[in-house]
Design a protein around this ligand. Structure first.
Ligand code: E4P
Length: 219
């Protein structure tokens, strides 16, 4: 499974890139807006820092303006993936952009049929939002399960990018279900690393080693 970092914070991106785990980054207008006014500089920095795919969302509204902005974003770097929210009005734009060779991540996907439609258009990534479905009392993981089934059934190449991952279990279940990618908030990487038995085990090994009273293992 590929792991993307769901963040526009350059310091955090740098920190987690150093783990060697991060295959890409997803941003959205909310995450970018939290970084201040200099959005172009932030976007260009992230594109330079990250060796893998970086999703940048369009903020224009009309289909024509979305089309123009998508091309502008795509030109920013070879790893720039244009994020477009799912909407009926955008389907012709999405089809045209795919034809132009622009790599797309269709975001705010909340149903299997929305996903199937954009898979048919040949987009690179499809982002089902797990946490936001849970927020309204629906089980977001069922959508991941459904999309994995559809992908296997119709063998489409679009990658299922589990998004709106809010806790470790979301991430783990998305991995077990076979989502191609999970985009995870930075704090979850560390949260997923902790296990009380690992920490207890390290302590116990150290205590036993100290009993020997030796400084070096190999001398
Ligand atoms: C990523 O592509 C999404 O924009 C992000 O995961 C949304 O997460 P949220 O629902 O926690 O805002």
């Amino acid at each position: 499974m590929k792991i993307f970092l769901d963040s526009a914070d350059r310091k955090l991106i740098e920190k987690y890139l150093s783990t060697g785990l991060i295959d890409g980054v997803t941003t959205n207008p909310s995450l970018l807006s939290a970084q201040g006014q200099n959005t172009k500089e932030v976007i260009l920095d992230i594109l330079r820092m990250v060796p893998g795919d970086v999703s940048i969302e369009v903020v224009e509204k009309s289909p024509d303006a979305v089309y123009e902005q998508a091309h502008q974003i795509a030109k920013l770097g070879d790893n720039a993936i244009v994020k477009i929210p799912f909407a009926f009005e955008y389907l012709p734009t999405i089809a045209k952009l795919v034809e132009d060779g622009v790599q797309l991540n269709i975001t705010l996907v909340f149903s299997a049929l929305q996903a199937l439609m954009v898979a048919k258009l040949g987009v690179t990534y499809i982002s089902p939002f797990v946490g936001r479905l849970d927020d309204i009392g629906s089980d977001g993981m069922v959508l991941i399960e459904d999309l994995v089934t559809l992908k296997q059934q119709y063998e489409f190449p679009s990658q299922i990018l589990a998004a709106s991952i809010r806790h470790v279990m979301h991430w783990e279940r998305a991995a077990l279900l076979g989502a191609d990618v999970a985009t995870v908030p930075p704090a979850l990487i560390e949260a997923a690393c902790h296990h009380p038995l690992t920490e207890l085990g390290i302590k116990k090994f150290d205590q036993d080693w100290q009993k020997l009273g030796k400084q070096s293992l190999l001398e």
